[in-house]
Design a protein around this ligand. Structure first.
Ligand SMILES: Cc1cc2nc3c(=O)[nH]c(=O)nc-3n(C[C@H](O)[C@H](O)[C@H](O)COP(=O)(O)O)c2cc1C
Length: 206
């Protein structure tokens, strides 16, 4: 491998937003949780969050981070429920538009014409066109720095059967290529799924 000359940066060398920009440009690609929540007064909210991953396998818990305090976080703290809707490539413009800083009394669903679909176990609606919706109940919130991490236990995986391999009914498998997920990079960059590699894990042999 060619040798390289690295530049090293400590957070204190950078301007206050520098570490954030380095993290978001290097921890890539990030999946996007399109989080729907419902305010205590009934307004349905929808906002993308790319600080998103799995927190626990069993119980099934997902997490996302609210950078600062936003309507999504306020709603979830007030009601204890949310839905993570997955974003396909064809939803790009809507997902981006839903990150607009609408005032809390306006619903992104209504402002942008995003079709709702009722959830089965929680009050916030699913996005009707999203191939995967994870209905979640709040497990806990964890304040950290200027952020709050939200953990949600998945109580229902609602998946479009057109993307599902049901060879094993007890272990349904959504096909990645059919999900065509959008992902977030740094700055204003986004990406789509590249080449898919499929290789079993190897067992250690002495
Ligand atoms: C692709 C994408 C990913 C985002 N990820 C996050 C995130 O992880 N955390 C966050 O707080 N804001 C994130 N944002 C910004 C929020 O979506 C934005 O602040 C939004 O207005 C919040 O809406 P709300 O106040 O209705 O909750 C992201 C925006 C985009 C476009």
């Amino acid at each position: 491998m060619a040798s390289m000359t690295r530049r090293e940066f400590q957070p204190s060398d950078l301007d206050p937003k520098g570490p954030y920009h380095l993290m978001t440009a290097t921890v890539i690609p990030r999946p996007i949780a399109w989080v729907s929540s419902r305010a205590a007064d009934g307004v349905d909210n929808l906002a993308p969050h790319s600080f998103f991953t799995v927190a626990s396998a069993s119980p099934p818990i997902v997490q996302f981070t609210s950078v600062g305090r936003k309507d999504t976080l306020n709603n979830i703290e007030a009601t204890g429920e949310f839905v993570v809707n997955f974003c396909s490539e064809d939803m790009f413009d809507l997902v981006n538009d839903s990150a607009t800083d609408y005032p809390e009394h306006l619903s992104e669903f209504d402002e942008l014409g995003v079709e709702r679909e009722p959830s089965r176990f929680v009050a916030p609606p699913r996005v009707a066109g999203s191939p995967v919706a994870l209905e979640c109940t709040l497990n806990r919130t964890i304040p950290i720095g200027d952020c709050t991490v939200v953990w949600g236990e998945v109580v229902c995986f609602a998946i479009d059967e057109r993307v599902l391999d049901l060879t094993n009914e007890r272990r349904p498998h959504p096909r990645a290529a059919d999900l065509a997920p959008l992902a977030r990079l740094g700055k204003n960059e986004w990406s789509t799924l590249g080449r898919i590699l499929d290789e079993p894990r190897k067992k250690y042999r002495a």
